[in-house]
Design a protein around this ligand. Structure first.
Ligand code: HEM
Length: 113
């Protein structure tokens, strides 16, 4: 079970890198598959990590994961709406910027709280 948890943390970190790397560093203002898939991955791997922690004896900080979940839903919503509108030729750079900034916020919450 420990290896599963470690692999989930690995994918969780890669998801964070995909969002922040794309929206903050590489493709500012442009929606990319890395941003959209990274945002989806964070929701799935984050919830699975919480599930594993609840099953084990690890203490879960419910306030912290609750806030991270809300922020991650906002990141995914920004990314999905930006991708859907870009497909129709309407680029929404602010939504991409918001997704990157909110992912940075979640990273800060993860590390500093
Ligand atoms: C944009 C979304 C997210 C970002 C950028 C993000 C970022 C991170 C980062 C950087 C870590 C590693 C922290 C460390 O090891 O010190 C982490 C760990 C964690 N995250 Fe997230 N996260 C996101 C969404 C979520 C969601 C939605 C949940 C669950 C509701 C979640 C639950 C967790 C848990 C349980 C850990 C601890 C893993 C462990 O070390 O055992 N995360 N997150």
């Amino acid at each position: 079970m420990e290896i599963v948890e470690h692999l989930l943390v690995l994918v969780h970190l890669l998801g964070m890198a995909a969002i922040v790397g794309s929206a903050v560093f590489v493709a500012r203002g442009t929606v990319t598959p890395a941003l959209v898939w990274g945002a989806r991955a964070q929701l799935v791997t984050g919830l699975l990590l919480v599930g594993l922690a609840e099953m084990g004896d690890g203490d879960v900080n419910h306030a912290k994961v609750g806030i991270k979940l809300l922020v991650a839903i906002a990141v995914a919503a920004c990314a999905e709406i930006a991708a859907a509108t870009a497909k129709k030729g309407d680029e929404r750079a602010q939504l991409v910027t918001a997704a990157g900034a909110l992912a940075l916020l979640n990273t800060a919450i993860a590390v500093l709280w």
